[in-house]
Design a binder for this molecule. Structure first.
Ligand code: CP
Length: 309
């Protein structure tokens, strides 16, 4: 991945896979410092960050927008329905157009794998931030998830974490596995129906029985069914799914007493998570959202450091 430049600097954020615990910890520590009132770095002031979301988003898009504004950047939210991509312009030409106008960073969500790496190769002078790539990467989500757990547990080595649901189609799950494995999570369990478990390349013990999968866990991360990435015949029956893989208060009692309940959002209440659990005292779902702004500030700040204005 061409995200580290010749000087060893993080130039783009494409994936957490192989990023390394030290770089990840630096980003988390900077995010925590910004949350505690540290002043944003001066080098971001007056720089331009453009958001290009080719797939829907509420949290990621809004928090990148707020993060850039809080750093003193100009923010351009390109409306892709009325942009020239709808007239057949290639993604590369759209990105080149924004770079030519002086965009310092492009925040991109796209359903195709590999487009972020392609743009990072083609436009080395513009920081490329992956805001969601196919089923493969959602690095800032992984970082905010790690920050959320770290706020409760300084040491991950004794923790057991279950990621439950549609892992096969989930970039959130992959980035979570990337970040938590590098930060030394004691045990990572991947829980879901056989058809929705990920490829063998992803580390973690597989469970198809949710009760066994979440038993004694310190962290339970629930995922939604990614219907948009499934073919019609593969979508599980909703009522059977709720019975076997829905997290309700009864099932949550199988986890540790104070287990954290996470969800990246958007939630399908009453499917993978009940209202009582989503709104319960163990849920840190809104904390995850809150942390997303600080994490994205830290990432933008880091990527713009050392880049000529
Ligand atoms: N978690 C997440 O990526 O949410 P959005 O799709 O709303 O950005």
């Amino acid at each position: 991945m061409p995200q580290i430049d010749q000087n060893g600097r993080l130039a783009h954020l494409l994936t957490l896979d192989g990023l390394g615990a030290a770089r990840i910890s630096d980003l988390l520590e900077r995010a925590a410092a910004l949350q505690q009132g540290a002043a944003p770095a001066a080098h971001c002031r007056g720089r331009t960050v453009a958001n290009l979301f080719f797939e829907p988003s509420t949290r990621t898009r809004a928090s990148f927008d707020l993060a850039a504004q809080r750093l003193g950047c100009h923010v351009l939210n390109l409306d892709l329905d009325t942009s020239s991509t709808s007239k057949g312009e290639t993604l590369l030409d759209t990105a080149r157009t924004l770079a030519a106008m002086g965009a310092d960073a492009l925040v991109i969500r796209h359903k195709e794998a590999g487009v972020h790496a392609m743009l990072a190769e083609a436009l080395p002078d513009t920081a490329i931030l992956n805001a969601g790539e196919a089923h493969l990467n959602h690095p800032t989500q992984g970082l905010l998830d790690a920050l959320t757990v770290r706020q409760r547990h300084a040491d991950f080595s004794q923790l057991h974490m279950a990621i439950v649901g549609d892992l096969k189609h989930s970039r959130v799950a992959r980035s979570a596995v990337h970040v938590f494995s590098q930060l030394g999570m004691g045990e990572l369990r991947l829980v879901g129906p056989d058809a929705l478990l990920p490829e063998a390349d992803l580390p973690g013990e597989r469970y198809t029985d949710m009760d066994a999968g979440i038993r004694d866990c310190d962290v339970v991360m629930m995922l939604r069914i990614q219907k948009e990435r499934m073919t019609a015949g593969n979508i599980p029956d909703a009522s059977e799914y709720v019975t076997r893989y829905g997290l309700d208060e009864r099932r949550l009692q199988l986890a540790r007493k104070d287990a954290l309940v996470m969800h990246p959002g958007p939630m399908n209440r009453g499917v993978e998570i009940s209202d009582a659990v989503a709104d319960g005292r163990q849920a840190v779902i809104w904390k995850q959202v809150e942390n997303g702004v600080a994490v994205r500030m830290a990432v933008i700040e880091t990527l713009l450091a050392g880049r000529p204005a």
